[in-house]
Structures are given as structure tokens and as C-alpha cells.
Design a protein around this ligand. Structure first.
Ligand code: ZN
Length: 243
């Protein structure tokens, strides 16, 4: 159940940041409101670029996979797969690297799917966004969540709305955001956005190394942390720039 009680709310551009009343902010894990607002707005700006850049990267990688599948022409392979992307696919989507002509079908299929995933996330987070503190103060170890209970009004208003309408607001731990970089918070925005906009699940979190390592390619595709970490680590390892 969402136990969130509205405290303060501020909108910058099309991003609304909503906090609980200060009487309900944890004494030990509280936050500076100005810092929270600045960090979340920076993180959303970065997450929007991250989603767009990742989609561009995936689109280019898809071309490389299709060319690999056809085999080199008289001029060799025109588009090559970035080694950073290849390593990130192996780490987060569990396809055995390297990509070869023999397995290029699997890579093509994955990139086609990811192209849609990051397009939908990008479209979703570029629209008006409400970022709300986590629903209950007793879940202070949670970085973020997407509530299902908030979605009832949306379903009524738009019965034809697909998975998007079944998911509610994005919650992010306001104390936690003040302890991390805007880029790291952006990763959590993408994680939560993958629940909200493409119906991703939590099969395994990256910090749980054994579970994350044991993901199958099939499960990794719909795993929120795999989708978020692929975007985050391809940036961190230099496959694309954020500025
Ligand atoms: Zn999640």
C-alpha cells in the first residue's frame, strides 16, 4: 500500500518533485530540499539524454549485427560493433561474446528489441514526469520503486492505456539521491522508467552479484536493472558521451 502523504511539491519545466511533510522525513536519513530538487532535475535531464544516446547506440549496433549476419562484402564489414557495447551485452543481456556470423541472429534480435525498449523509455521520460519520495519512511534501503496502486485513476481515465496506464508514479529515495552523483541517480530513473514504460520486472538486481550473473538471456531482457545498467555502463565505459 502506498503510505505516501503529500508534503511539498515543486515543478521545474515538466518535472514535478514531490516530497513528504517534513514532520515525516526520517531524522537520521533526511535531506536538504534544495539539494534534492537540484539532484533530481539534473538526474532527469541526464536520464533523458542517456535513454536517447543508448537508443542511438543500439540502433547503430543493430546495423552492425545485421551486417555481421550477412557476412563481409567486398569491402569487409562497414559498421563494426563497439567493443564496449559487445562487453555490455555479455555482462547485462547475457549473450555469449564475441558476436560472430554464427550468433549474429541473436544479437540482431536483441538490438531490435532494445531499440524499442529505449525508444519507449525515452518517449516516456521526456513527457511530464512526477518524481515522488519513496512511499514509506520504513523502506529507507530502497533506491526507488514504481507504485501500482496509484494507477487506478489513470486506468479509469484511459481504459485503453496499455501497460503505461497500469503503472503509477516513479518513487525515488530522496535521502539516497543526495548521497550519489546525478549520473548514478539517472540510472535509477531509467530503472524505474523501465518498470513504468515497458513493464520491466525485478528478476535480479546488479548489486546481488550471484543472482545477476545467473540471469538467462531471456530474463535479462525484461530485467529492469539490466536495462538500466546497459545504458549506464556503456556511458561510463565510453561508448557514448553525455555532454
Ligand atoms: Zn525495480
Amino acid at each position: 500500500m502506498g503510505g505516501f502523504v503529500l508534503g511539498w511539491e515543486e515543478t521545474i519545466g515538466n518535472v514535478t518533485v514531490i516530497g513528504r511533510p517534513f514532520s515525516q522525513v526520517s531524522a537520521t536519513k533526511g535531506y536538504n530540499k534544495l539539494l534534492v530538487k537540484a539532484r533530481i532535475n539534473d538526474a532527469v535531464t541526464i536520464a533523458r539524454r542517456m535513454a536517447t544516446e543508448t537508443r542511438n547506440l543500439v540502433s547503430k549496433s543493430m546495423t552492425a549485427a545485421i551486417e555481421m549476419r550477412m557476412g563481409p562484402g567486398p569491402h569487409g564489414l562497414v559498421t563494426t560493433l563497439s567493443p564496449t557495447v559487445e562487453a555490455a551485452v555479455a555482462a547485462h543481456f547475457k549473450l555469449p561474446a564475441p558476436m560472430t556470423q554464427a550468433n549474429a541472429d541473436d544479437w540482431t534480435d536483441l538490438f531490435k528489441y532494445l531499440n524499442t525498449v529505449y525508444m519507449m523509455i525515452s518517449q516516456g521520460i521526456n513527457g511530464p514526469l512526477k518524481i515522488v519520495d519513496i512511499p514509506s519512511a520504513d523502506k529507507l534501503d530502497t533506491n526507488g520503486s514504481v507504485s501500482l496502486s496509484d494507477a487506478k485513476a489513470l486506468d479509469t481515465a484511459d481504459p485503453s492505456g496499455l501497460r503505461v496506464a497500469k503503472r503509477g508514479r516513479i518513487h525515488i529515495n530522496f535521502h539516497w539521491v543526495t548521497t550519489r552523483t546525478a549520473q548514478r541517480v539517472a540510472r535509477t530513473v531509467i530503472h524505474e522508467a523501465s518498470h513504468k514504460f515497458v513493464g520491466a520486472r525485478d528478476h535480479a538486481y546488479k548489486p546481488n552479484k550471484p543472482n545477476y550473473a545467473a540471469l538467462t538471456p531471456k530474463l535479462a531482457r525484461t530485467n529492469a536493472d539490466s536495462i538500466a545498467c546497459f545504458a549506464y555502463y556503456t556511458w561510463k565505459n565510453g561508448a557514448y558521451a553525455l555532454d
